[in-house]
Design a protein around this ligand. Structure first.
Ligand code: SF4
Length: 337
C-alpha cells in the first residue's frame, strides 16, 4: 500500500467524518441561532451517505494511509444508529484508532453502547464549568452537569483517554480557564484549549476575541508549573504540556497564533459525501456521486489519490501571514472540527 502524499508531501493519516449537519446545541461560535434557526434547511436523510458508503470510503482511505478515524457532526450522537457505524469502522484493516467528538449531551446514555461497538475514546466539547456561561455558549440552555455526567460515563466505560476541548473566547469564558484546569487536573482527562477560530462565515470572528495560547500557558504555569511534551506523531494537532507535579497533561490548539498546516494530515468528509481537504476550505469534492456509480474499488482509490495529490491547503499559515484568503468558507458544523 503506497501512502498518498499531497503537494507538500503530507500523508493522509486522519479521516474526519461528519455523519450529520444537525446538532442539539447552537454554540455561538459554531452554529449561531440567528443562522441555524427553524427556517434553516438541514440535509435530508436521502442526501446523507449511508453507513455502507461511509465504510467503503473509509476502507479506501485506509488503503491510502489513513490510520485514525474521527466521527463528528454537527453532533454525531443525534444520528440514529451511530453505534452501528462504529461497529463497521472499528475492525477495518489499517484503522487503529476510532474516536468521536461530541458535545456530551447524550453521552451518559450512549457511552456503554459506543464502547461495546468498538469505539476507542471520545473528545467532549466543554467551554465552561460555570453553568450560566455554559448555557449562554450552547445557547439552548443545556446544563453543564449533564455533560460532566457524560464524561464520567465515558471514563467508566473505558472510552479513554477522554479529551475535553474548550474553545476560549475573550470576554466570554476566558475567565474560566484556571477553573477548568483545576477541575481536570489529576483525573486522567486531557484538557485542550482551542484558540477561537474564523471558521465558516457566520460566527462574526474578530482577532480581538482570540486568547493566544501563550497567554493560557502562562496563566496555568504561574499556578501549576508546566513543561512541554514532544508530539507523539507527525500531525498531532495539540501542543502538549504536562504538569511538573505529575497531575496530568493539557493541550493547546493554536490555529491562529501558531498555525500547524505544514504537518496537517487531515481529510474531512461531510455528511452528504463531499471531501474537504482543509477546515477552512471553500468547496468540497463530491464523493457520493462516485460511490453511488458503478466505479470499482481500484478506480475509487485512484480518484481519491488524485484529489489528495493536488492538495496544497495551508489556510491558517496564510491567514496568520496576512495573505488574503478565499471566501466563503464551509461551516464547521457542516464538516466537524
Ligand atoms: S488550516 Fe487547513 S491545512 Fe492548516 S492545519 Fe487546518 S485544516 Fe490543515
Amino acid at each position: 500500500m503506497a501512502v498518498a502524499l499531497d503537494k507538500l508531501a503530507r500523508p493522509v493519516r486522519d479521516l474526519r467524518i461528519s455523519v450529520t449537519d444537525r446538532c442539539n446545541f447552537r454554540c455561538v461560535y459554531c452554529m449561531p441561532k440567528e443562522v441555524f434557526g427553524k427556517q434553516f434547511e438541514f440535509l435530508r436523510r436521502e442526501q446523507l451517505l449511508t453507513f455502507e458508503e461511509i465504510e467503503r470510503l473509509t476502507r479506501t482511505f485506509a488503503g491510502m494511509g489513513v490510520e485514525k478515524q474521527r466521527i463528528t457532526g454537527g453532533e454525531p450522537l443525534v444520528r440514529r444508529g451511530v453505534d452501528q457505524l462504529v461497529a463497521r469502522l472499528a475492525p477495518l484493516p489499517g484503522i487503529n484508532d476510532v474516536t468521536l467528538t461530541t458535545n456530551g449531551a447524550l453521552l451518559a446514555r450512549m457511552a456503554p453502547m459506543l464502547a461495546d461497538a468498538g469505539l476507542n475514546r471520545v473528545t467532549v466539547s466543554l467551554d465552561s464549568l460555570d453553568d450560566a456561561t455554559f448555557r449562554a455558549m450552547n445557547d439552548v440552555d443545556f446544563p453543564v452537569a449533564d455533560v460532566l455526567e457524560g464524561i464520567e460515563a465515558a471514563l467508566a466505560t473505558g472510552l479513554t483517554p477522554v479529551k475535553v476541548n474548550m474553545v476560549v473566547k475573550r470576554g466570554m469564558n476566558d475567565g474560566d480557564v484556571l477553573a477548568m484546569a483545576e477541575r481536570f487536573r489529576g483525573t486522567g482527562v486531557i484538557l485542550r484549549f482551542i484558540e477561537y477560530m474564523d471558521v465558516g462565515a457566520t460566527n462574526g470572528w474578530r482577532l480581538d476575541d482570540v486568547v493566544p495560547s501563550a497567554e493560557i500557558v502562562n496563566a496555568i504555569d504561574s499556578r501549576w508549573p508546566l513543561e512541554p511534551v514532544d508530539p507523539a506523531y507527525r500531525g498531532e494537532v495539540a501542543a502538549r504540556y504536562r504538569y511538573r507535579d505529575g497531575e496530568g497533561e493539557v493541550g493547546l490548539i493554536s490555529s491562529v497564533t501558531q498555525p500547524f498546516c505544514h504537518d496537517c494530515t487531515r481529510a474531512r468528509l461531510s455528511a452528504e459525501g463531499k471531501l474537504y481537504t482543509c477546515l477552512f476550505a471553500t468547496r468540497g469534492h463530491d464523493l457520493r456521486e462516485l460511490v453511488r456509480s458503478e466505479i470499482s474499488d481500484a478506480e475509487l482509490d485512484e480518484k481519491l489519490r488524485a484529489l489528495w495529490r493536488v492538495r496544497d491547503d495551508r489556510y491558517s499559515e496564510l491567514r496568520t501571514q496576512g495573505t488574503p484568503v478565499d471566501l466563503p468558507k464551509v461551516e464547521m458544523s457542516h464538516i466537524g472540527g
